[in-house]
Ligand binder design. Structure first.
Ligand code: APR
Ligand code: PHB
Length: 396
């Protein structure tokens, strides 16, 4: 049996687990990561790709942003469209120069894994955490299986960065939290295509046929999404139908959608989920293990990294000052941003998705909100500051 001793045992090598491990190491704190999938798998898993200014600043300060600086695409505004009418929300003017960067999550993962491994960090791939034990004591343990052998991590803290389906959240005593869950009655069909983006900035569009989003990955790769029914399937969506529908939903006068070969297609349901407690004793949760937001605000990865920032603050306080005070305040601090992100993601989802028919009360409320963006700097600022991400200070 492998028996590993470390300070912090981390389950999951997503953005949360890897960022946490690297940040701790920079501060002389030792950790070990368990990841149930292979390195190849996690480096190629297609996910969203929108990084807030906070997230980019953190990656820069950790020295893991060389490729991100070279290949990431900085955006200073976003287009919002309603029935073919498009308005631009300028971040520079409304947020004092804050911006977002478009860079695929799997590229982030490649950068973080490479940094962790090259700095001598320990990570076990294809290692499944099975149980977390003794987390109400000062010496919690993670039991895991690796290469058909049982292993144990013996540590000071266990951090569940193991995503929505992980064991971290399931291990928290049920009575220690309230669960909130909201399922949306639609899904996103996402594609990647070999074609230059039709718009340099993202376009979020409401159309009576449903929502569409135009995003990108590089000068010659576009990333686009369509709202589809929850019970729809990819068989119903030929490449031709996808491009036709995108052109209709994103269309506006004088603009043309460029099309090209689609090399990836998938359908993802939309969900809001969270629990209101991220700690029990020496077990903490960060990222998707504790919360899921619908992707309309691009917040998932950024929330995971923000959780990690607060956890690192707490762990540094513990290892430097032998104090649990900051760690014990982790839930309260992190929840403020998480609820903010739930609200903003829900707002963007409700505004741009087709729900009820034209002429309904609900539809008219959506139209009224959209019209307000174009005439009110205050309203546009609300959207801009949430979209680029509020600075850490406002929640602390
Ligand atoms: N043992 C080991 N690893 C596990 C286990 C387990 N029992 N359960 C889950 N994992 C791993 C998963 O294989 C995954 O690689 O935990 C990792 C969790 O990573 P993410 O799902 O990427 O979660 P997180 O780091 O919180 O990042 C959140 O990812 O899902 C997107 O949109 C989301 O952008 C957001 C970001
Ligand atoms: C993406 O590029 O994948 C993306 C961008 C913005 C979102 C969601 C996904 O809101």
């Amino acid at each position: 049996m492998k028996n590993i001793k470390t300070q912090v045992g981390i389950i999951g090598a997503g953005p949360a687990g890897l960022t946490l491990a690297i940040w701790l190491k920079k501060n002389g704190i030792d950790s070990v990561i368990l990841e149930r999938k292979s390195r190849e798998y996690i480096e190629n898993r297609t996910r969203a790709g929108l990084l807030e200014q906070n997230t980019v600043d953190i990656f820069k300060s950790l020295g893991v942003a060389d490729r991100l600086i070279e290949k990431g695409l900085e955006h200073h505004g976003v287009f919002l469209s309603f029935n073919g009418k498009r308005v631009r929300v300028p971040f520079d003017e409304l947020t004092g120069g804050r911006k977002i960067t478009v860079y695929g999550q799997q590229e982030v993962i490649k950068d973080l894994v490479a940094d962790w491994i090259s700095s001598g960090g320990k990570i076990y791939f294809e290692a499944q955490a099975e149980r977390i034990e003794d987390f109400e004591t000062n010496n919690p343990k993670i039991k895991f299986i690796h290469e058909e052998e049982e292993g144990m991590i013996d540590c000071d803290f266990v951090i569940g960065c193991d995503g929505f389906h992980g064991i971290g959240r399931k291990t928290l005593p049920k009575e220690s939290y309230t669960e909130y869950s909201h399922c949306y009655p639609f899904s996103w069909l996402g594609i990647l295509a070999h074609v230059a983006p039709s718009s340099e900035e993202l376009i979020y569009a409401y159309h009576e046929n449903g929502f569409a989003l135009s995003s990108l990955r590089s000068e010659n790769i576009s990333r686009l999404y369509l709202q589809v029914d929850n019970n729809d399937s990819l068989e119903n969506w030929s490449d031709e139908r996808i491009w036709e529908e995108l052109a209709i939903r994103l269309g506006t006068e004088g603009w043309e959608l460029k099309t090209g070969p689609i090399f990836e297609k998938s359908i993802t349901p939309m969900r809001g989920f969270m629990i209101d407690n991220l700690q029990f004793g020496r077990l903490f949760l960060a990222g998707d293990s504790a919360h899921i937001v619908p992707p309309t605000g691009g917040k998932g990865l950024n929330l995971a990294v923000a959780d990690v920032k607060h956890l690192v603050d707490g762990l540094l306080d513990f290892y430097k000052n032998n104090s649990m005070e900051t760690l014990n305040g982790y839930t309260e601090t992190a929840l403020k941003r998480i609820w903010r992100a739930q609200d903003f993601s829900n707002f963007m989802t409700a505004l741009f998705h087709k729900q009820e028919e034209h002429g309904s009360f609900q539809y008219s409320m959506q139209a009224a909100k959209f019209d307000y963006i174009a005439i009110s700097k205050a309203y546009a600022t609300t959207i801009a500051e949430n979209y680029v991400g509020l600075p850490f200070e406002v929640f602390e």
